[in-house]
Every structure is written in structure tokens, then in C-alpha cells.
Design a protein around this ligand. Sequence first.
Ligand SMILES: [Mg+2]
Length: 245
Amino acid sequence: MSERIAPTLLVLDMDRTLINSDWAVQIYGQACKQEGLDIRDQLRNAQTAAEQTAGSFAARSDIEKRADVTPDLMTRVDTTFKELCRQYDHRDMLVFPETEMFLHRAGRLAIPHVILTQGDDPQWQQLKLEAAGLARIPHVIAGLNDESGARITKGGIIASWTESTTGVVAPVGAEPTLSGPQLRARHAVLVDDKGSSFIDLPADHDAYWIQRGMLRPSQQIPAGSEHMAQVITSLLQIDIESYAA
Ligand SMILES: [Mg+2]
């Protein structure tokens, strides 16, 4: 008997789709302060610069580069960051209000889902996943550029997961390989706040462009690469029942 393949794989961006990344940076600044480092102004400046250039901001690597920061101090800051995020009010601010409900519905409907997050610093992405309580969900942390320095898009990653026989096969282990754990479905649904993520997404997959408030420069889609992404303002606008088996 052949293995049953789910109709849909939800591919969910993390930063600004599931969590409020600006808040993560603020709490990280607070964790630094508690450990004796006041770097809040530097964080703000670095974030503004990264936003303008469509780059992802990695709070952690910016601090790690400082001459006065030892590995031991980094470990303490990371631990304090996770502790602060776990505090009730902070977690409410870090994770968007509808995120848990959306994930719960996807789970109840047995729709396979994976968090696909990109960043320059995989440790910072992992730390946010853990702090937000999302590390339990299968996730893939990808870089921003390939070995040749070319930009990697989420659409391109999903294209690389696309097969003619199954549909999509997403490797989701800690070190994703095609022989490790996988999620399989006939087609993918990508949810992301950055318009450029949809570039290279094969046309038979669905896309939702989540827009909460005004678009930042890094969230705009480059002219000439418009995609059929449906614009939404909340995850709950996705009719996920229609993607269930
Ligand atoms: Mg994002």
C-alpha cells in the first residue's frame, strides 16, 4: 500500500509572521543590560540599517562581535533572554496573539507544517524559536545566501523541495538531509511578511503575504517580480480548513 500524502504543507516564516521580532530585539537588549551590557542604542541603529537594505537583523551576532564580550557572557545573556521571554507579559508581546490559535488549528486538522526561517546568524534564529516556545514545531533555519553569495529566497527553497512524484518533500531534521526526517505533501502554502520571499515560488503552490501595518523597505517586493500572493493582515484570515485532508 502506498503511503498517504497530505494535500498541503504549511510553510511558515517566523520573524514578523509568527513572532514580533522587534520585541525580541528589545528583550535581548534588556537581557544584555541585566548582564551588565547596555547596547540598546547600537541595537536600534543596526536594526534600522538592516531594514533599509532588506537584510535580516541579527541582534546576537552584533553583540558577539564586540571585543568586551566573552563566550561565557554570551551564554548568560542568551539564558537571561529566554527567561525574560518566558515571563507571561513578555511572551504575550513576543508571539502574535493569533499564532498559537493558528498552530493549534493546523495541528487539530493534521495539516503538516514547518517553520522556515532565514537569517545571517542561525543561533539567533534558534534562540528566538526557543524563547517563543516554537522550537517544538519542525523547523528549518536557512542562511540568506548560498555558497556563491547569491541570495536565497524562500520560494527558491520550496522549489528545491518540489518533486514531480510527491509534490513537496521538506527535510526538517536538525541537520536537514534527504535521508533524515521529512514532511511530505502534494503542495505547499507559504506564509511570509516579505514580498521578496515569493520570488522563485513554483506557480502551483499558494502564497499569503501577511502585512501588519505599513510595509518596511525590506518587506516590499522588487518591481517586476510580483507574485500571486494573497494579501492578509492576520493568520486567521487563512482558510486552513480548506487545506485539511
Ligand atoms: Mg519575516
